[in-house]
Design a protein around this ligand. Structure first.
Ligand code: FAD
Length: 323
């Protein structure tokens, strides 16, 4: 019997969709392998009604609702997860591939002496010869990996391949008492947390309107903001845009930025360099607007418009305003 634990990441009490996708993906694997059981761990106070109809399958949800877990503290999170892994004899731990898990998962792999399989785009199976795949060298190579140790930690952008069926859901709740270690913090927090004003998060967005260097200036992003508003999405950016200071680093998408998985990705004046494509591979539909018909972004786009963004965007915005 293999026991899996999925870490549900929350911020300000809102559970990340990427974590729920990870849970549903692991549940999907469990339907193929009856010897797998799946549990989830949520650290910090959160309203559980937000999970209704979004998490499929069967399992236990461990809730450590102590307010001191509401913000990420590597020491507290490591000890909490380690305790549950040991108590439940879990062999596989799953995270969504996020900024938090990129910090936490390597720490845990050392603490638990576990194999770390990070940035998995697809998890095919667990405990098999090739259990997951990930892109290397900015997507030029797709490699298969298998864990070498009895314990494995995966960070994944993997999404469920089939729609979830909430009617089959049976998740029981276990409330965890505040652990004793939380009183004694060995790691002092010397820096504060800076919250962005806009609160929009490209990693969670269902629709992203992203702009590249070809937009021309910071002011030209007002059009992208308007288009994003009309579509109910958020604005993203390529690296040169961030380097120029036109947009904040939190919006950068790609190898050295965020990995995103929206239903719709609109790439405006973005060439489609491998380092940018490395961050958008899980997008369901890609629309590209570029004046160069040979721009590599068209190789990955589902729909393409060859044209000047300064002419195309006002027409798109006008059309949507009338819609
Ligand atoms: P450009 O390559 O300059 O492309 C601009 C595009 O706009 C062109 O295709 C052009 O045809 C089009 N265009 C120009 N004017 C118009 C117009 N008026 N209307 C329509 N189209 C127009 N990049 C990232 O994005 N994210 C990363 O995380 C990242 N990480 C990197 C890590 C490393 C180690 C390295 C070496 C590079 C990284 N890069 C990253 C940079 C990457 O290699 C590219 O340089 C970058 O993605 C290009 O950005 P861009 O498409 O906005 O600009």
């Amino acid at each position: 019997m293999k026991r899996c634990l999925v870490f549900l990441e929350q911020r300000e009490g809102v559970v990340k969709q990427a974590s729920i996708d990870t849970w549903n993906r692991v549940q999907e694997l469990a339907t193929l392998r009856p010897d797998i059981t799946v549990s989830a761990l949520l650290a910090g106070p959160a309203d559980l009604r937000q999970l209704e109809g979004r998490m499929a399958g069967t399992g236990v949800l461990y809730l450590a609702s102590d307010a001191r877990f509401s913000r990420y503290n590597p020491e507290h999170y490591q000890r909490l997860i380690t305790d549950i892994m040991k108590r439940e004899a879990c062999s596989d731990l799953f995270f969504a591939d996020t900024v938090l898990s990129r910090d936490l998962a390597p720490r845990l792999s050392v603490r638990l002496k576990a194999s770390l399989l990070s940035g998995c785009s697809i998890i095919e199976d667990i405990a098999s010869e090739a259990s997951c795949t990930r892109a290397l060298y900015s997507g030029s190579v797709i490699a298969s990996f298998a864990p070498r140790r009895p314990l494995s930690i995966y960070t994944t952008s993997s999404r469920p391949t089939h729609p979830i069926i909430p009617s089959e859901t049976h998740i029981s709740l276990v409330l965890l008492e505040p652990p004793g270690f939380i009183e004694a913090t060995l790691l002092p927090v010397v820096c504060g947390m800076v919250m962005r004003e806009s609160g929009s998060d490209v990693t969670e967005a269902g629709i992203i309107v992203a702009g590249g260097r070809g937009m021309g200036s910071a002011e030209d992003f007002e059009q992208l903001e308007e288009l994003a508003r009309l579509l109910g999405g958020v604005v993203g950016a390529s690296r040169p845009v961030v380097d120029e200071g036109w947009r904040p680093h939190a919006e950068q998408i790609g190898q050295t930025g965020k990995t995103v998985a929206p239903a719709l990705y609109v790439a405006c004046a973005i060439s489609g360099a491998p380092q940018h494509l490395a961050g958008i591979g899980s997008s369901r539909k890609v629309v590209a607007i570029n004046s160069d018909p040979h721009a590599p972004i068209f190789d990955v786009a589902d729909y393409g418009i060859v044209g000047d963004v300064h002419l195309v965007l006002p027409k798109l915005i006008e059309g949507l305003q009338e819609f």
